[in-house]
Design a protein around this ligand. Sequence first.
Ligand code: PHE
Length: 332
Amino acid sequence: MLQEIIRKVGEIREKWEEERRDIPSLKVLEEVRIRFLGRKGLLTQLFTTLRELPSAERAEAGRLLNALRKEIQGEIERLKEGLAAKAEAERLKREAFDFTLPGSWRRVGRLHPLTQVRLEIEQIFMEMGFDVATGPEVETDYYNFEALNIPADHPARDEWDSFYIGEGVLLRTHTSPVQIRVMKSRKPPVRIICPGRCYRRDTPDATHFPVFHQVELLWVERGLTMAHLKWIIEEFVRQFFGPGYEMRFSADFFPFTEPSAQVHIRREGGPWLEIMGAGMVDPAVFEEVGYDPEEVTGFAFGLGIERMAMLKYGIDDIRLFFQNDIRFLGQF
Ligand code: PHE
């Protein structure tokens, strides 16, 4: 009987020697392990026959079987390590990625410089407690001119070369009509800014373009004076352009403000730059919208967003804003 065991051990060893030679993967290795060492494996089966041996032979047979089992187990461990290392190497090769290669990148869009500047201006005034109000770009003669104290035959109309669309309908020449619309729909106090696109029949050059953008401000309340207007503008200049600017008011004329002023700023030693028109709201405008000029006063100003952007960033041609050249737009 021991002979029989010895023969079988030899057979299993031979079989193992043959199989272990080409095991291509961990999966096959596991199959082979089960075939030899599994619960119903060749070697395990042989162990169960030990019981049938006479006890004198059992020890020797057990020793043989254990030796073979140890041998196979050890070999399987070694094979496993080798195969795992090989699998890992293959995975790394498959997933090889050269981090030093230049990336393929997607162009990220951003806001147009005029939009950025508009938002920045809005932010400054919103923090001071002003609301943002908007209105139609196609306006009636009434809101764009008449209600602003510019009757049909007024010479001031010549200053606003307008695009007329139909009888009494035009593309607004400023955002002042928004102020009329707001005042007609609200009781004072009113504290608004009106950003928006405006149109004038200008021939394009470095400083003119038939489409441009404005922000106008209007504050109506009891007891407001030119001093409040000056403070607001000073505060705006400090926040938008930074410290170190001085400011100058000079007389001007607008039909809807009295007195009216032109505001210039300059850095010490620099040239004076005009930044806006401003003034105290004309009593005739208050009467038109149903406010009592004996009770409230107010002031307004209007600035061009293009002009603000050009001064802030040193842009010397307004047409650049409208040419959609990425090389220009990408700089902001
Ligand atoms: N509406 C004027 C313009 O477009 C600017 C302005 C606004 C002037 C408010 C005074 C007060 O030229």
